[in-house]
Design a protein around this ligand. Structure first.
Ligand code: GLN
Ligand code: ZN
Length: 770
């Protein structure tokens, strides 16, 4: 396909493409550079190669216009902050000496030659599993255009024969996603920021860019009047430059419908708007009714957030409908959002089951699907075969016995409110559990995992590669489990764990044992920087063919007289960290997982396990982007947790764990989980994060983390006792547990052992004071 013949037809474009490379080439290049430090040439060459390959791939798949400056060595929000010189003072010296070192210091901290710079804070990019670096601003912040990344990458594409559309994070979203360190309002900085954007637009225009994409995903969030005013000011000013001094502007909105912000978005004086028509098809009618004459609609028709083949007939219908309201050149076809959140190429997954494979579409396939839609608009007869094939795939998925199981459907239909209820209310369960467990005041425990050292990872890799047989691998795991139990006894912990050595990942481990989950070989998605995750794909009804963890728990319990905690990953977390079905609601998929876990919980109980922990670190991140949708989500989310835990006896103790601490917005839901014990992360905030629990008079037991497991630092007993005293001031003595912030998986054995000894010592000190 050459660029000239696609130009004449309907434009197919993307808002952004994954950067990491199908084989995580960027990860490798980054890690090599971080190891040797000095020479960035190899890193920059890999980056260039990836950009080239990805432009070519997109064009070959059928994109007539490709994005540029969507690439990043680490994170696009960090790039934008650097581009406009929003660099906090602590990095400036290093930045001047070595810009690339300064950039990575902002991304990941820098410890060298007595210099110790902590990284910028990192947080989730909207409701994705991508994390961005949060720019730090102050009231006296100034901005200036620094560096030329967008221009350079545009010219790089041009030299390679690609006419690209540079992508920039828009000024209002940039400020709204930043934080200030002095309590000032970041939006107040907008007037100072806009001239730098205007200057950049002019430079891009001079370089030959006819369009620039300004990403403003914050337009799909709840906006206050000040934010709306910021949007008006920003775009009035950017558009005010004469047409000859700036490219045309495509305002990109995604991750949801604009809803009450639709009139605002339509009122902005830009030449094009991208709408997410996957999550926000409802807005199309209203938008078209008010569509300003001559403006381009970039129609986000194909789901950029999920891995399923599209219903192309439906996409064609929507595209035709839109085109009926527009001039032909005014309609562009695009995925709903950047393809950043998808694996790159399904062709690299030959070992998926054939039918599952035929239902899937990764970044490259999404563009091919769009090309079919464009063909259907431009030359309907030629698209007929491709549309028929798409129809067949959808039909095969709809009818597949692999997807739809009568036994699961029956269980779902039979679910009633009783399933999510424990027998007695918490105050009556509590003495029964205490009678059974006989725990001391301030019981000590851990969150589950113990250090996963190189030996273990090597054994696992050897086992997976067939170099170590099952019995050999098993022996490694059993030995580790046994020594872990012995160590915990020696240290004097009250509630033990088996150590989770058999798990590589808390979702994958369970997914691999459940029906309805598929796993890719190379389905990597960037999580942050060089870190990628390989989310499982939930394609069908979920069921548990056999017990998953009982063997380990039973074995570990047989080694000790102390209570052994059973360890499971909760239904929300399994859902949230997977690609999920789009042919039923998230709530229903989650209920199916909850039912499978419920069976596991009951099997653990039957095996003599008296305490079972169901981890839900992803409960909060599942919150929808708009507040109106929160309650509905929390209702089913809480219900799913309760289904998984609800079957046990009143004397069996259910724990849960969440490795964060912003509970302010979700406190009623956390209480409604009705776990007997919850452990949370609090050590870094020095217990301030308990406030929400105190204010809401959280009734059940809490283990506020006293050991920050994210750091190699080993805290002393006195320090942990100090934290516990703070917690004791606001919580009842009989409410408090003593534990680390999270699992010990990433620590080494000497650190873990020393920290746990100190932790047990801290609990003893507190007991003496009680
Ligand atoms: N039980 C898990 C562990 O200890 C919990 C991990 C998590 O909360 N992310 O590793
Ligand atoms: Zn955790």
């Amino acid at each position: 396909m050459t660029i000239s013949n696609t130009r004449n037809g309907t434009v197919v474009t993307t808002l952004g493409f994954p950067r990491i490379g199908a084989r995580r080439e960027l990860k490798r290049a980054l890690e090599a550079y971080w190891r040797d430090q000095r020479d960035p040439a190899a890193l920059l060459a890999s980056a260039r190669q990836l950009r080239h390959r990805h432009w070519q791939l997109q064009r070959d798949a059928g994109a007539s216009v490709v994005p540029s400056n969507d690439f990043s060595l680490y994170d696009h929000v960090l790039d934008t902050a650097c581009l406009f010189d929003a660099i906090p003072p602590r990095y400036q010296a290093l930045m001047q000496q070595d810009p690339l070192a300064g950039y990575f210091a902002m991304a990941r901290g820098h410890q060298q030659d007595g210099v110790d710079l902590p990284a910028l804070e990192m947080t989730k990019w909207f409701d994705t599993n991508y994390h961005y670096l949060v720019p730090e601003l102050t009231a006296d912040q100034t901005f200036q255009l620094r560096g030329d990344k967008p221009v350079a990458e545009f010219l790089e594409a041009k030299a390679l024969g690609f006419h690209s559309r540079p992508v920039l994070l828009g000024p209002v979203s940039l400020l709204k996603l930043s934080k200030t360190t002095d309590g000032s309002n970041a939006l107040d900085l907008l007037p100072r920021l806009l001239p730098a954007y205007a200057q950049l637009l002019q430079q891009l225009q001079q370089a030959g860019a006819d369009w620039v994409q300004l990403d403003e995903p914050c337009l799909v969030l709840d906006l206050d009047a000040a934010s709306a005013a910021a949007y008006r000011l920003a775009y009035a000013q950017l558009a005010a430059a004469p047409q000859t001094a700036r490219p045309r502007l495509l305002l990109a909105t995604y991750f949801g419908k604009l809803d009450d912000n639709l009139p605002l978005a339509l009122s902005l004086p830009v030449e094009g708007i991208h709408l997410d028509l996957v999550r926000g098809l409802e807005q199309l009618d209203e938008a078209l009714a008010q569509w300003p004459a001559g403006r381009v609609l970039s129609a986000g028709l194909i789901d950029g957030r999920n891995v399923w083949r599209s219903q192309l007939d439906h996409a064609v219908t929507v595209a035709r409908y839109a085109r009926g309201h527009l001039q032909p050149a005014q309609l562009w076809l695009a995925p709903s959002c950047s393809l950043l959140h998808l694996p790159i190429d399904l062709d690299l997954e030959p070992s998926l089951p054939v039918d599952v494979h035929s239902w899937l579409s990764f970044a490259k396939q999404k563009i091919e699907e769009l090309a079919v839609v464009a063909q259907a608009l431009d030359h309907p007869a030629e698209a007929a075969t491709a549309l028929a094939a798409a129809r067949d795939r959808i039909a095969s998925r709809r009818q597949s016995a692999r997807v739809h199981r009568a036994d699961v459907a029956q269980r779902m239909a039979a679910l009633d409110a009783d399933a999510s209820r424990r027998g007695l209310p918490y105050p009556q369960r509590k003495p029964l559990q205490q009678q059974r467990l006989q725990l001391p005041l301030y019981p000590t425990t851990t969150i589950g995992s113990f250090p996963q050292t190189r030996d273990l990872r090597q054994a696992r890799a050897a086992y997976r590669a067939g170099r170590l047989d099952e019995a050999g691998y098993e022996a490694v795991l059993l030995a580790l489990t046994e020594s872990c139990v012995r160590l915990q006894e020696q240290i004097g912990l009250d509630v033990l764990v088996h150590g989770e050595f058999e798990r590589n990942d808390m979702v994958e481990y369970f997914g691999e044992q459940l029906d309805g989950f598929a796993f890719t070989r190379l389905g990597w998605v960037q999580s942050y920087g060089s870190r990628c995750v390989k989310p499982p794909i939930i394609y069908g009804d979920v069921a548990r063919p056999a017990p998953m963890t009982v063997r380990w728990a039973r074995h570990a319990q047989s080694l000790t007289a102390k209570p052994m905690k059973g360890m499971l990953t909760g239904p929300l977390t399994m859902l949230q960290w997977s690609f999920v079905r789009d042919d039923q609601s998230r709530a229903d998929t989650c209920r199916q997982i909850a039912l499978a876990l419920r069976d596991e919980v009951l099997d653990l109980e039957r095996a003599g396990i008296e305490i079972i922990q169901i981890d839900e670190p992803a409960l909060r991140e599942g919150l929808p982007l708009r507040r109106v949708d929160w309650q509905a989500y929390l209702d089913w989310a809480v219900d799913c947790f309760r289904i998984s835990a609800g079957g046990v006896a009143d004397s069996t103790q259910i724990h849960t764990h969440m490795c964060y601490s912003e509970f302010n917005d979700i406190m009623p839901a956390v209480a409604a989980l009705d776990a007997d014990v919850i452990s949370i992360e609090t050590s870094r905030s020095r217990m301030e994060l308990l406030d929400a629990f105190v204010r809401d008079r959280y009734p059940n037991q809490i283990g506020p983390g006293v050991y920050d497991i994210h750091s190699p630092r080993v805290p002393e007993a006195g320090e942990m006792a100090g934290l516990l005293r703070k917690a004791r001031q606001v919580l009842g003595d009989d409410q408090l547990w003593v534990n680390p912030d999270c699992g010990l998986k990433t620590r080494d054995w000497p650190q873990a052992e020393a920290a746990l000894r100190a932790l047990v010592q801290a609990a003893r000190t507190l007991r003496e004071e009680a």
